[in-house]
Design a protein around this ligand. Structure first.
Ligand SMILES: Cc1ncc(COP(=O)(O)O)c(C=O)c1O
Length: 427
């Protein structure tokens, strides 16, 4: 039986079906399939391989732990855990005091929800959490409750009445209503004016940018959110799952907004492929946490910590945050030029650093979802892997080690594919 048929027969059908390529190996910015066809990876496998695929220093560090051998310690101490925690806190410029290591991203947003509610309870507040429509935080119950996608939580059978969703500040709405980001947030608050902000709200969570379209917030919006949280003593969380570890040209995306959240949720690029995630927080978020009340079997796993150590070391050694910033500018210049060439098809180019999304129009003349889906498949045949979002967007996020000529080749390939798709009426 063919591999894809076996998976279809035996595997959870709820897995996200990405493009049909069978991976054999991955190195640097390239992926090789089972026929040795080479693809340029414009996804970093959904923003994980920030330091490049198959990084030698990462493999060496994990091998060091394998050779000891020290595969698992549960919650016992070991030197890799100590070294990693120290390095991670230093990587944030000591902006956070505490780390909670986990394995998957949704676990960290669940943990943030728990911390925000415990904080609220200790401060005699209602367990109200504010989130935004259209944002996304994972696939577990708490994270889907916080996410702003209604259909995603139908399976739960009820709505958490203590989670409120405000409107997202899409630039289109701001322009149409001539509103600044700050005013948009202040207007959003009017919709929850029945709440006593100081007594009712425990926490507020933002996705660092809205995922499907890499949509950043206006800076003054996030600054106003942060001001609101500080003024009302509300825990402010930013979900940095896709955006952390250099992706946007800063170590973390919150730096672009010049705010200082109480909690950030990280994963993906944190372990360069090793399943590690983590929540970083200020002391006040962990103030009332009892020993044993927040732990996990694989928290601080030695191999995961080794992967985390090597990831930070490589980001520093290869100056990947700076590269992401500089090459990201070049990347966005090329993409914006593409938008100018196809103004009737491309509505927006979003993102920062080495994350970008091409947003197509979705109107009477153009079916942007059909175009994006067709192009994602077509690009794969042309040896370029992009993120198929299932919406009117194509998302791009090459490894941060990518060179300018590789960026140029990839964008040229996108141009060709768009041209062919239009000529074939695939929109
Ligand atoms: C913003 C955001 N939050 C949470 C998650 C959930 O992470 P995981 O798939 O590791 O559970 C993701 C995953 O894509 C994400 O992008």
């Amino acid at each position: 039986m063919k591999l894809n048929k076996i998976l279809k027969k035996y595997e959870n059908p709820g897995m996200h079906n990405q493009l049909g390529v069978i991976w054999k190996k991955a190195k640097g910015a390239f992926i090789y399939d089972n026929r040795n066809k080479k693809y340029l990876d414009f996804t970093s496998t959904i923003f994980v391989a920030n330091i490049g695929h198959g990084n030698k220093k990462l493999i060496k560090k994990i091998s060091e732990v394998l050779d000891i051998p020290l595969l698992h310690t549960y919650n016992y101490q070991h030197k890799y855990r100590v070294e990693y925690i120290k390095k991670l806190i230093k990587f944030t410029n000591y902006n956070f005091d505490k780390v909670y290591l986990l394995s998957g991203g949704s676990e960290t947003t669940e943990a943030a929800l728990k911390l925000m509610r415990i904080f609220g309870k200790e401060n005699k507040r209602k367990p109200i959490i504010i989130s935004l429509k259209g944002n996304w935080h994972g696939r577990t119950m708490g994270s889907e409750h916080m996410a702003g996608n209604e259909s995603g939580k139908d399976w739960i059978g009820y709505r958490d009445k203590y989670i409120y969703h405000l409107d997202f500040p899409y630039s289109e709405n701001l322009k149409k209503n001539r509103l600044s980001g700050k005013q948009f947030f202040l207007d959003s608050l009017k919709k929850i004016k029945h709440l006593n902000f100081k007594k009712d709200i425990s926490g507020l969570i933002l996705e660092a940018f809205q995922g499907w379209g890499a949509i950043m917030y206006p800076k003054d919006y996030v600054k106003e959110v942060s001001k609101f949280c500080k003024k009302n003593n509300i825990l402010f969380t930013i979900d940095e799952m896709q955006s952390g570890f250099g992706r946007t040209g800063k170590k973390f995306c919150y730096e672009h907004y010049e705010v200082n959240p109480d909690i950030i949720c990280c994963g993906k690029g944190m372990g360069s492929g090793f399943p590690i995630s983590g929540l970083l927080a200020k002391n006040k978020a962990f103030k009332n946490i009892l020993p044993g009340s927040m732990s996990s079997t694989h928290s601080g796993n030695p191999m995961a910590c080794a992967a985390g150590i090597a990831t930070i070391d490589e980001i520093n050694r290869l100056k990947l945050v700076k590269k992401s910033f500089q090459n990201g500018k070049y990347f966005h210049e090329l993409l914006n030029k593409l938008m100018e060439e196809y103004p009737e098809f491309i509505k927006e180019i979003n993102g920062k650093g080495l994350i970008a999304a091409i947003i197509f129009y979705k109107n009477k003349k153009i079916d942007g979802v059909k175009l994006a889906n067709y192009m994602s498949e077509h690009l794969l045949k042309q040896n370029l892997i992009v993120v198929k979002t299932g919406r009117e967007s194509i998302k791009l996020g090459p490894p941060l080690i990518i060179t300018r000529s590789q960026i140029k080749n990839g964008v040229n390939q996108i141009r060709k594919s768009l041209d062919i798709s239009i000529k074939k009426n695939k929109f």
